[in-house]
Design a protein around this ligand. Structure first.
Ligand code: HEM
Length: 440
């Protein structure tokens, strides 16, 4: 009989761990790391060997692609579909990513700046002076409108309403706690109400997207949005995405992209309201531009860049980046067997005083004094599956913040200790109420 492999140390309890993980992954990972060292083994959704050390993270992110495979659980397939990037692995993933990636980077991204700017300006114009809003809701509305314009290409006012309703219903269905709990428990029946609500919502959204695609195929209208770019993209053999792949990739990006950016913006309000000295320095830098529609100038502001990174560092929306092993992997002296998961733990790495002195403090200056390496700062994951929207997300957050701070004044009403809450699959700040006054 072959001996069981020696895994990194970790607690032995079976039931307490998933519960503690679901309640607060930050507290859970930090406590276990402090007790057992690095790497460590935990039982979250599955048995997982984790590291928060840059060397271990390098080993995970630079391993050959065939070290890992993707097995989307049925609940995730229900949300993302069968033909989107997240469900692919190996060569199929590499090929598809190569085809999609240019639409989210470089020239294509620069072309989207005007749409994001217009979305932020229109949202702000609708707010009443003195109104109080929950930052998460307001930022989510902006995030959804950004998606509708940049990804789906919906600009026509008359068509916005049904699209917005379909996206909101779909986002509500996959973020519904009842759906998340049933997904964790493996309840997959089509007739189960949370599953049925999700299927119906996805079906309606997909129908609108297919209609939009068919119209473009018929009229051949070329536009600056991402859907147009995806429709024009070609593999080396001259073929492109069929409708099913277009729809699933648009929906994948909607799921992966709308709430993550909105949570980063919400964190910005939570932190700036508690740190007036940072808010003043940022305001001076943004005001120095004199206008808020010079997209290239906004992107080049060093302090704005540092503020956005510090918001991404403290409580990363995805506290651990997981890979499923198809082959054994050497992780800091341990051989982790195929079938297990490995994970890079940003929740612990981003709090390591060796890289981030006084890690609990919100201090954007740290990114100007000592920019971290790619294995010391991982809010977007890394390696072959690094977030497809890493540039898009930061680009969007910077434009929206620049517009809001140029045109508005914001007073944070909830100034107590920072509290973090689960937001579906993600983590984000709890209760960030803000009072708005126009500046000009
Ligand atoms: C601040 C905003 C965002 C954060 C913090 C974030 C974070 C992440 C993380 C941690 C991953 C997993 C990466 C890995 O496994 O190594 C990921 C994957 C992904 N993200 Fe993002 N994301 C953000 C914005 C976006 C946006 C705006 C989009 C698209 C519009 C997007 C699309 C995706 C996609 C498609 C994947 C899967 C990539 C693949 O499997 O190849 N994300 N994101």
């Amino acid at each position: 009989m072959t001996p069981a492999p020696l895994l990194p140390p970790g607690p032995q309890t079976r039931f307490w761990q998933p519960l503690a993980y679901v309640r607060s992954p930050y507290r859970f990972f930090r406590a276990i790391h402090a007790r057992y060292g690095d790497p460590f083994t935990v039982r979250t959704v599955a048995l997982t060997a984790m590291t928060a050390h840059p060397e271990g993270i390098r080993q995970i992110f630079t391993a050959p692609a065939d070290t890992y495979h993707v097995k989307l659980p049925p609940s995730q397939r229900r949300v993302l579909g069968r033909h989107g990037l997240s469900g692919l692995d190996g060569e199929a993933h590499r090929r598809t990513r190569k085809l999609i990636s240019p639409s989210f980077h470089g020239e294509s991204l620069r072309g989207l700046g005007g749409m994001i700017h217009a979305t932020a300006v229109e949202s702000l114009a609708a707010w009443q002076p003195g109104s109080v809003w929950e930052a998460r809701d307001a930022m989510r509305d902006i995030g959804l409108d950004v998606i509708l314009r940049t990804l789906f290409g919906v600009e026509d006012r008359a068509r916005l309403a049904p699209f917005r309703a379909a996206v909101l219903e779909f986002a509500g269905a996959f973020g519904n706690p009842a759906f998340l709990i049933s997904a964790l428990l493996g309840i997959e029946h089509d007739a189960w109400p949370p599953n049925r609500r999700l299927d119906t919502a996805r079906h309606q959204l997909a129908a609108l997207l297919r209609e939009n695609i068919a119209e473009r195929r018929a009229t051949g209208t070329a536009r600056a949005d991402i859907l147009s770019r995806l429709m024009e993209a070609r593999y080396d053999d001259g073929t492109g995405f069929d409708d099913a792949a277009l729809v699933d990739n648009l929906i994948t990006n909607l799921v992966a992209g709308h709430e993550t950016s909105a949570l980063s913006l919400t964190w910005a309000f939570a932190w700036l309201g508690r740190h007036p000295e940072v808010a003043e320095r940022l305001q001076r830098e943004i005001d120095s531009l004199g206008r808020d529609d010079d997209i290239a100038a906004i992107q080049a502001l060093p302090y704005l860049d540092a503020v956005v990174k510090e918001c991404l560092r403290l409580y990363p929306a995805v506290p651990e980046v997981v890979r499923m092993l198809a082959k054994p992997l050497e992780l800091r002296g341990y051989e982790i067997p195929a079938g297990m998961n490995v994970a890079a733990c940003s929740a612990v790495l981003h709090m390591d005083p060796a890289f981030y002195p006084e890690p609990e403090r919100f201090r954007p200056e740290r990114f100007l004094e000592r920019p971290p390496s790619g294995f010391e700062f991982i809010p977007f994951g890394g390696g072959d599956r690094v977030c497809l929207g890493n540039h898009f997300g930061v680009f969007e957050v910077k434009i929206v913040l620049a517009v809001l701070l140029t045109r508005g004044r914001f007073e944070l009403l909830d100034r107590g200790p920072v509290r973090v809450a689960r937001r579906g699959f993600l983590m984000g700040p709890d209760r960030v109420r803000v009072r708005f006054e126009p500046r000009r």
